[in-house]
Ligand binder design. Structure first.
Ligand code: NCW
Length: 465
């Protein structure tokens, strides 16, 4: 294979999220988040795992940033924890802000650009008790919190992401009950979609007013949607619905200033339109500087109803996150390998997604804010961690992303998910996404083979031949 160079200035980074790595869940004034509560719910998280210690990033920032520098990373995407910065959703907490200020300084001392995500799923529990994202007021509380963070870090942080994967917050959290807060209320989920987007818009305005030169974006988890039978009208309708519920319901209000009419109609039984006030779409569609794309796999869909699924042993029963498309199913294809999350490895999908965004939406700079894979890694006797599947996964996705650049897509950077193994939400610590291995007993970090390879790619701004 030929060596492939990326455009000059291409950003090479790695990502984490506060709840997944920090631990120190009760320190320095942090209040409980919905994930602390959810973890305590029997059967909610595999192994009964929680985020109390996680990978102890809170106490190991110096060491972790030194490791990033050794790997030659140019940027670190992390999230700030709302319950540290405004405990219980209330007044600012200086100790929480100080932690992130120190993290930012440590990164800058090492020449690593801090990329801050304001919301990666850890809503203060007190705000959930007041209705959570189903309550419109949460959008305003989010903007207040965003203003506090930008005031504290805006002198040193240029790149801001409001929300990470609002689809997950709304549909996994409030409809499927698969993620915190574990509610199975479809009407609350569609309310949450709108209030998350409104929160994004209000936070964008707050960031811009505190720091006009800030670069602001949002990160969406998007998927090409492939019909099981392209000649079946019913399957094509399943594609329309899924694409609407997963991709267009976020992209259209953000970039076209309107919700897709077909999806508003599909969600009418859940009262979606009741939450939309006349002024909201102008707030939501305020211009952005960049779009964050999290890409992992494609969705292959059929209109055949799925067989009812039993909960995994020891786990609580969950519902469908597919509000408005509860009848669709996701047949398994046998022409691709799967990761340890059971997600199909589909590198071509990243090319399809990027070129689609380029054709159908305003041509904003795009960053892949997450891409990567969980595999069962272990430390060998010689101390190394050989993860050829992850290396091949990242390599193949970078090649496909490069093809999109060649076709004119303005892709400006790539963040590997994740910098290190961590708390994988409902899957607990069992699923390892890191390019760096973490021994959860000792907290020893060991860069995997994929990390060494990625380091070469980042340093050379090119994929090796
Ligand atoms: S779980 C998830 N992830 C992983 C997580 O570690 C990260 O914080 C997220 O940004 C890796 O990337 C994201 N995404 C949820 C995927 C949807 C699962 C669909 C379940 C349908 C029933």
């Amino acid at each position: 294979m030929e060596s492939i160079s990326f455009p000059e200035g291409f950003v090479w980074g790695a990502a984490t999220a506060a709840f997944q790595v920090e631990g120190a869940s009760k320190e320095d004034g942090r209040s409980p988040s919905i994930w602390d509560t959810f973890c305590a719910l029997p059967g909610a998280v595999a192994g009964g795992d929680n985020g109390d210690v996680a990978v102890d990033h809170y106490h190991r920032v110096e060491q972790d940033v030194a490791m990033m520098a050794d790997l030659g990373l140019g940027a670190y995407r992390f999230s700030t924890a709302w319950p540290r910065i405004r405990p219980d959703g209330g007044e600012p907490n200086q100790a929480g802000l100080d932690f992130y200020s120190r993290l930012v300084d440590t990164l800058l001392e090492r020449g690593i650009d801090p990329w801050v995500t304001l919301y990666h799923w850890d809503l203060p529990q007190a705000l959930e008790d007041a209705g959570g994202w189903a309550n419109r007021d949460t959008a305003h509380r989010f903007a207040d919190y965003a203003a506090t963070v930008v005031e504290a870090l805006g002198d040193r942080v240029s790149n801001w992401t409001t929300l990470n994967e609002p689809w997950c917050s709304a549909f996994l959290g409030y409809a499927g009950g698969i993620h915190a807060p574990g509610r199975q209320e479809p009407a609350a989920a569609v309310a949450a979609v709108h209030h998350l987007l409104l929160g994004h818009g209000l936070a964008t305005a707050a960031i811009r007013s505190a720091k006009p030169e800030a670069k602001v974006g949002i990160t969406l988890n998007m998927y090409p949607i492939i019909p099981a039978d392209p000649s079946s009208e019913a399957d094509l309708d399943a594609v329309r619905r899924l694409d609407g519920l997963q991709n267009r319901i976020f992209l259209d209000p953000l970039f076209k200033g309107e919700y897709p009419a077909d999806i508003v109609a599909d969600l009418a039984p859940y009262g979606f339109a009741d939450h939309i006030k006349p002024e909201d779409l102008a707030i939501i569609s305020a211009p952005l500087d960049q779009l964050g794309v999290n890409y992992y796999t494609e969705h292959f869909v059929s209109s055949e109803p799925a067989a009812p699924s039993e909960p995994k042993p020891g786990r609580r029963a969950t519902g469908s996150p597919w509000v408005g498309a509860e009848h669709v199913s996701f047949p398994v294809r046998d022409d691709a390998t799967r990761t340890d999350m059971e997600w199909e490895v589909r590198p071509r999908g990243i090319y399809q997604l990027l070129t689609r965004l380029h054709e159908e939406y305003p041509r904003l700079p795009i960053y892949i804010t997450e891409n990567g894979a969980a595999y069962r890694d272990a430390v060998s006797d010689d101390g190394s961690v050989n993860d050829p599947e992850r290396l091949a996964y990242i390599d193949s996705h970078l090649r496909a992303a490069h093809d999109a650049i060649t076709e004119g897509v303005d892709l400006r950077g790539y963040f590997a998910w994740s910098l290190m193994d961590n708390f994988e939400w409902a899957e607990g610590y069992a699923k390892r996404f890191g390019i760096v291995h973490v021994d959860y007993g000792t907290q020893v970090r060991t860069p995997k083979m994929s990390a060494m390879w990625y380091s070469e790619v980042a340093r050379g701004n090119a994929l090796p031949a």
